[in-house]
Design a protein around this ligand. Sequence first.
Ligand SMILES: Cc1cc2nc3c(=O)[nH]c(=O)nc-3n(C[C@H](O)[C@H](O)[C@H](O)COP(=O)(O)OP(=O)(O)OC[C@H]3O[C@@H](n4cnc5c(N)ncnc54)[C@H](O)[C@@H]3O)c2cc1C
Length: 397
Amino acid sequence: MKALVVGGGIAGPATAMALHQVGIEAVVLESRAHIDRDAGSYLGLAPNGLSALDAIGALDLAHSVGTSTRSHVMFGATGRRLGTLTAGTPLADGTQALTMKRSHLGWLLTAEARARGIEVREDAKVVSARTDRDHASVQLADGSELTADLVIGADGVHSKVRRAIDADAPTPRFVGLTNFGGITRDTALAAELPEESWSFIFGRRSFFGAHPTPDGDVVWFVNVPEPEITTERRASTSLDQWQQHLAELASVDAGPARALIESGELELAGDNTYDLPHVPVWHRGRLAILGDALHAPSPSSGQGASMALEDAVVMAASLRDSDSEAGAFAAFESARRARVERIVAVGARSSSSKIPGRIGRVPMEAMMRLVFRYLVTERGQSWMTGHRVHLGANQRL
Ligand SMILES: Cc1cc2nc3c(=O)[nH]c(=O)nc-3n(C[C@H](O)[C@H](O)[C@H](O)COP(=O)(O)OP(=O)(O)OC[C@H]3O[C@@H](n4cnc5c(N)ncnc54)[C@H](O)[C@@H]3O)c2cc1C
């Protein structure tokens, strides 16, 4: 059996490796001309995502580029600590969540897939996909067509394969936040932050996150509650102007946000944040989707990449254990739908908590202290980060 995997982000190469592991040949098609190792900002891989990497023999890759994250420490705009959460249920060997550059992970997964003999084609933009009784095919922007037994769309939140499966498929929803990310190198401020932790500041005009690295750098991001950034605004705003704007937003809050932004380098600017809470049709004939194409969560969930990696493992196990594509895709949906939609809903709630509402800042911080003490607890979150997927023969998905 041969599969075309559309998209060489996180889900694409991971799916190709998982398929390869169960004896299905896969070719990855990526639209970018070059898979860049250093573009963009950082993400956290939760233990559930790390367990999926372990299932495809790629956990070492994450260790090689990741910084250990033990906890998430929440602060209010006045600098008051609102609560601390662990970063999830560690793996059996003690591995904690890891923070890493998103592009480092994608790049390493691609390199590993190639090292395992999987073809990853760059500059291969898919414009449409088709399914018939015996084959599935994709049409590329250069006019060529490729055919295989299956097409799996791992082509992200604006997926073309999702649209090929269902012309009425939903479009992504803007969650009311824009996203910026950066790094401040070799800074004394690193020592002021809790070690091996993300510090989050629920600021008056923005939400700020920062994580120190063992090298003495601090990686950070800023979420700004504002309308979607237009193409024109993005084109007419320089990185320096964005940076100044972000520093000004943070200047009304206690803590290191302003200083870190002012002394840092912006690596991701003006990214609009979308989610995809419910996709009614997950597959049709020989076409299926997974990862962000299927269930993009707001980045506030900290789960997008982890869910994409889980999908890769569950899809391969479903195909291995079923007699037909239809049976496999149905098994995948039944194993995944409730979980991923629940996580996307959690992400949407986290995003809303970053948008200051009509309730005043002081009552909101008092309420949040209660929320972090009684509602958002490690035990309450173990369904999310304690979830484990496996690729051993006929193991429960
Ligand atoms: C700023 C930011 C911060 C985030 N933080 C976190 C976090 O802390 N933790 C976490 O788990 N997740 C986080 N996420 C989410 C995470 O990055 C995504 O959920 C994850 O990358 C999904 O992987 P994917 O492979 O499904 O999609 P993507 O990574 O988007 O990859 C899709 C790939 O498909 C390619 N493609 C698209 N269209 C085509 C086409 N027509 N033909 C061929 N190729 C195509 C794209 O170029 C891309 O390489 C964050 C996301 C953002 C934007």
